[in-house]
Design a binder for this molecule. Structure first.
Ligand code: CMP
Length: 142
């Protein structure tokens, strides 16, 4: 089933110049970039994006980290894109991430964990529309 999911390359990975290596891994998995931009979130935008976590103890630190530098946001498309991308990302905590996954190789802690990915179809739709206007999402005609 063709799906779309949202990917964020977080400020740590952007700062470490790992954008290209991360995208290369997605593309090798067959995921296609159908929308992409760099943004520097402000506090309000970061709080809105992570609203589901607002009661969690890590919320404040998460928001502070996400505004430390620009992020790369991408809409990815592919067969079972949500699960495929979660598989390439690896576990949220890099200590638990399988070897060869993005987080195992590029993340330094559960807070600075290199990438974000949507966890369900419903959230993927919400998260993609948070960052992209419909006309910024392109059909991969080839
Ligand atoms: P992400 O997939 O972007 O979603 C929420 C983020 O909160 C998560 O990645 C982690 O970077 C961060 N976080 C920090 N502590 C925790 C925790 N205990 N459980 C889940 N996420 C956490």
């Amino acid at each position: 089933m063709t799906e779309r999911t949202l990917s964020i390359i977080k400020p740590d990975a952007v700062g470490n110049n790992h954008i290209g290596e991360i995208i290369a891994r997605l593309e090798k998995k067959g995921l296609k970039v159908v929308g992409a931009k760099m943004v520097h979130l402000n506090e309000q935008k970061a709080q809105q994006f992570y609203e589901v976590h607002k009661e969690r103890p890590f919320f404040k630190d998460l928001v502070s980290f996400m505004i430390t530098g620009p992020v790369m946001v991408m809409a990815l498309e592919g067969n079972n894109a949500i699960k495929e991308y979660r598989d390439v990302m690896g576990a949220t905590n890099p200590k638990d991430a399988a070897s060869g996954t993005i987080r195992a190789d590029f993340a330094t802690s559960i807070d600075e964990n290199a990438v974000h990915g949507s966890d369900s179809k419903e959230n993927a739709e919400k998260e993609i529309s948070f960052f992209f206007k419909p006309e910024e999402l392109l059909s991969r005609t080839r």
